[in-house]
Ligand binder design. Sequence first.
Ligand code: UDP
Length: 315
Amino acid sequence: MKKIAVVTGGAGFLGSHLCDKLIKEDIKVICIDNLLTGNIINIEHLFGNENFQFIKHDVTNFIHVPGKVDYVLHFASPASPIDYLLLPIQTLKVGSLGTHKVLGLAKEKNATFLLASTSEIYGDPEIHPQNENYWGNVNPIGPRGVYDEAKRFAEALTMAYHRYHKVDTRLVRIFNTYGPRMRLNDGRALPTFINQALHNEEITVFGDGQQTRSFCFVDDEIDGIFKLLVSDITDPVNIGNPDEITILEFAKEVIELTGSKSKIIYKKLPIDDPKVRQPDITKAKTVLNWTPKLNRREGLKRTIEYFKNLIANHK
Ligand code: UDP
């Protein structure tokens, strides 16, 4: 009998790629999404597939899924800084009430639970690169805190269910990930810069652009997450690409790869914007035998193609 996975946030960027991966691994998928920031277009190709089912539901409310469930993967949440600034209460609710409901489902079904956690739990980090033993530097009352603290609470609740209810749990700390199905308008640097470059508009670098990020292509990220799911590692694991770049250099790379005439302009740095970010992936390499494969230029070329088509089809 096939294994069955519930994916919350399954119509989102990462969630939809995860649905694809699970189905490819011969696992049936029940995708739950309230379509707040997710998009049905991301899972359109799966409708009609006998191994796929979609339920439109807000996971902060009680979740009923009939029958057996083997895996529960909690990916529901607004996930870009603009999204969680616009949706602060929903972000806090899905990380707290939502995680509670989803953990309850995993406990009821005796399923393995995987939480999509984030590099944001490290906040504006004082150690670099960030390894899993670092506790983080988060401003609980800042505008970004709604996401960071919701995810930190979600990790704490996951560990409590693991220790007290003996639920089999996994914690993946996801670093900046990009690729097809990102929203052009989610406000993140990568889709924003590509969109601006493709329209020969000014590229908006925040601050002096010396802050760093490390971008991982979505296929690599999903591969790492799946490896963690089927492992027996209950401690947190960073999954990301350590290839670090300043945002200014990144803007220049996007201009070059798109052949754009765009100029760079500078705008105010958002509050609590992390100055550096780079995953230490020693643990993932050692315990999961995982390492990212696709380099950024190649990944960017594929993503630029995706956005080009998206823009062309909307005209
Ligand atoms: N950023 C930028 N211009 C934009 C959007 C973002 O310079 O139009 C900066 C942002 O301030 C941050 C970095 O790019 O330093 C990455 O931001 P993003 O929103 O992609 O995600 P984050 O890694 O901060 O969650």
